[in-house]
Design a protein around this ligand. Structure first.
Ligand code: ADP
Length: 440
């Protein structure tokens, strides 16, 4: 039976963290095994302890309880860790404990008997912590924890649940409300990556035999696609395959010749009425060159009727790392900066649905990673995303579901779970399909 390992490391009173972690653990359908580290002596390993451990390992004396922990991690399919936020280094300490590695000031010293990626076999790792500090602490702290899991444990996807106004200093008196809000988000969390057929969430986008003709050419040919609420749907195809055409149809920017569609509950030509509720980038974003970045975003904020445009603009610019360009005129922006402004424009007001056509075009590798993280966070907080990109490795780190489009036809839709079951990654799958292999 599938096992979840629940590591409780709430060393001091961390009742809120424990409460949230319990809510996450309840979502698991199989066996749960709890490891209580609260009474243990959790601290970075020193060289002496490591030496003793290596000697025991070599003598095949596995009496040290830490060897059990390593074994338990390897056997688990999912791990939930509840830990206090004030101990940023806890993931590193945990790594040391389960992998027999010595940690000094966050530099790792490997034991050559250690298994450096033991967590990568664990499909899901949920790290539960609560933050009461300032925003900087929140952003950098969460980032640090995620980086350790990604880079050192090899965990592919990491995400964070956030509640609005998590800063408890600023929000004194709202603690219960914030906790309830977070519990609500956890309620929609699921450990299972389902196949499309098993996924009972409603479709936020659905099309049936949608066809778009340009003269005699069908740029979209009988396209039937299904984007589940809460998913990240990657639209994959070569240049000219028909991705932008489909996105334009879904936004009601151009009419279909045949077929039906429903987007955010609106049907066919009525989808144009919900365009203001969708954040989007289609092809290259265009802006008023002689207006500042702020005023360009203000234009859209007013158009879609945002209640607090100033706060929304600041939040969006901050999320894409362009706060310092707020008052600069767009005419001086590089291609990448325009693209980032396009993304800020799309995420303005945290829309329920994002439709993004090649959003990472022209971005440098660091920005690509930052935007990926931002999209994963928005998704964990309820935004559904349809995205197209040629960078398939990037799509593999982001998407939970894919639609493959070839010469205007949507050939197949698959979930990440289905690809995982076939032990194939999205790039291999697509290349095989495009060459007319068995995946087609
Ligand atoms: P993708 O986004 O997958 O690169 P597009 O949807 O932009 O592909 O284009 C699909 C096909 O439709 C291409 O062959 C393209 O040349 C054609 N096409 C797109 N827009 C128009 C248009 N406005 N008029 C004529 N042909 C078009």
């Amino acid at each position: 039976m599938s096992k979840l390992l629940f590591v409780n490391a709430c060393i001091r009173d961390e009742s809120r963290t424990k409460l949230l972690a319990d809510a996450v653990v309840k979502k698991w359908n199989g066996e749960v095994e709890e490891v209580d580290l609260t009474s243990g002596d959790i601290k970075p390993l020193d060289k002496e302890t490591l030496k003793v451990r290596i000697a025991k390992q070599e003598a095949k004396d596995f009496s040290d309880p830490v060897f059990d922990l390593a074994k338990q991690f390897k056997e688990a399919e999912a791990v939930v860790i509840a830990a206090p936020f004030w101990d940023y280094s806890f993931p590193a300490v945990l790594k040391a404990y389960i992998e027999n590695i010595c940690v000094h000031d966050l530099t790792f010293e490997y034991n050559d008997k250690g298994d450096s990626k033991s967590l990568s076999k664990v499909k899901k790792v949920v790290y539960v912590t609560t933050v009461g500090g300032d925003k900087q602490e929140l952003v950098y702290g969460i980032d640090y924890i995620k980086t350790v899991f990604r880079e050192f444990f090899g965990v592919k996807k990491t995400f964070a649940f956030k509640a609005e106004g998590l800063d408890l200093v600023e929000n004194a008196g709202r603690e219960q409300e914030i906790l309830d809000e977070t519990l609500k988000r956890i309620d929609s969390f699921s450990f299972e990556e389902k196949t499309l057929a098993d996924d009972d969430r409603p479709n936020i986008i659905e099309t049936k035999n949608l066809t778009k003709m340009y003269g005699n050419y069908a740029a979209n040919n009988n396209v039937s696609c299904h984007v589940k609420e809460g998913s990240i749907y990657g639209l994959i195809g070569r240049n000219g395959a028909g991705k932008s055409t489909l996105m334009r149809l879904l936004l009601g920017m151009s009419p279909a010749n045949e077929g039906e569609m429903e987007v955010l509950g609106k049907k066919n030509e009525e989808v144009a009425y919900v365009r203001k509720d969708i954040g989007f980038i289609i092809e290259n974003p265009t802006f008023y060159n002689y207006m500042s970045a702020y005023n360009n975003l203000k234009y859209r904020a007013d158009l879609i009727g945002l209640k607090n445009p100033d706060a929304a603009i600041r939040e969006a610019m901050e999320k894409v790392g362009m706060s310092d360009k707020m008052n600069s005129k767009v005419k001086g922006f590089s291609l990448g900066q325009r693209q980032l402004l396009g993304i800020a424009n799309a995420i303005l007001g945290n829309p329920k649905l994002l439709i993004l056509d090649e959003p990472t075009n022209g971005l440098d590798p660091i920005k690509i990673v930052e935007i990926r993280k931002m999209l994963l966070d928005m998704n964990a907080n309820g935004t559904t995303i349809m995205i197209s990109s040629h960078i398939l490795g990037e799509m593999g780190k982001l998407c939970s579901c894919y639609g493959f489009i070839l010469d205007g036809k949507l050939i197949r839709e698959v979930t990440e779970a289905e690809l995982e079951a076939e032990a194939i990654d999205v790039e291999e799958f697509f290349v095989d399909m495009a060459k007319g292999g068995q995946n087609g």
